[in-house]
Design a protein around this ligand. Structure first.
Ligand code: 5GP
Ligand code: ZN
Length: 151
């Protein structure tokens, strides 16, 4: 089990070897334990949106950034995030509703623009639902038939 302040990551360690992850704090079996990212200072997606950590970006404006996922789960897999640090869907404030609408519309526009007419939008909330980065993000997946229900 992960100790308080950390999370057991659902990804295989091999995935994370690619991530230059300064947030890996401990290794256990073939999995890694990652620091729980609840602080902006310690948040990999805040760093990507600020350009401190490089990412293969496909879109950026004042409010949102989209970049290709480092460990894609489909032939086309990108993430779209608000620049503002929000932990996840469950912590959205009423004032974030317009931002979420823009995020969703931009995700769909980018999917179409990048040759993904059929796509799936996924937002994981909480470690047991598969969230491993605690800065709200929407996965945009496509490029192959996607089965249902998801795992
Ligand atoms: P979650 O598991 O939280 O729903 O999704 C986090 C996603 O972020 C994963 O698909 C993971 O591969 C991706 N990811 C984590 N760190 C980085 C990174 O530094 N760069 C990029 N491009 N993707 C990342
Ligand atoms: Zn953040």
């Amino acid at each position: 089990m992960a100790s308080p302040g950390t999370l057991q990551c659902r990804h295989k360690l091999d995935s994370y070897k690619k991530l230059k992850s300064n947030n890996i704090v401990k290794l256990k079996a073939d999995r890694c334990i990652i620091a729980k990212e609840t602080e902006m200072d310690d948040c990999i997606f805040c760093k990507i949106s600020q350009g401190v950590i490089p990412a293969n970006k496909l879109y950026e404006d004042d409010e949102v950034v989209a970049f290709w996922d480092l460990n894609p789960q489909a032939p086309k897999h990108f993430l779209i995030i608000p620049k503002k640090h929000v932990v996840g869907p469950a912590t959205l404030a009423p004032a974030d509703e317009a931002l979420m609408g823009r995020l969703t519309r931009r995700a769909a526009e980018l999917a179409t623009r990048h040759g993904i007419p059929d796509f799936r939008l996924v937002m994981n909330n909480g470690a047991k639902a598969g969230q491993s980065v605690f800065h709200l993000h929407m996965h945009v997946l496509g490029g192959r038939p996607l089965s249902w229900p998801p795992g």
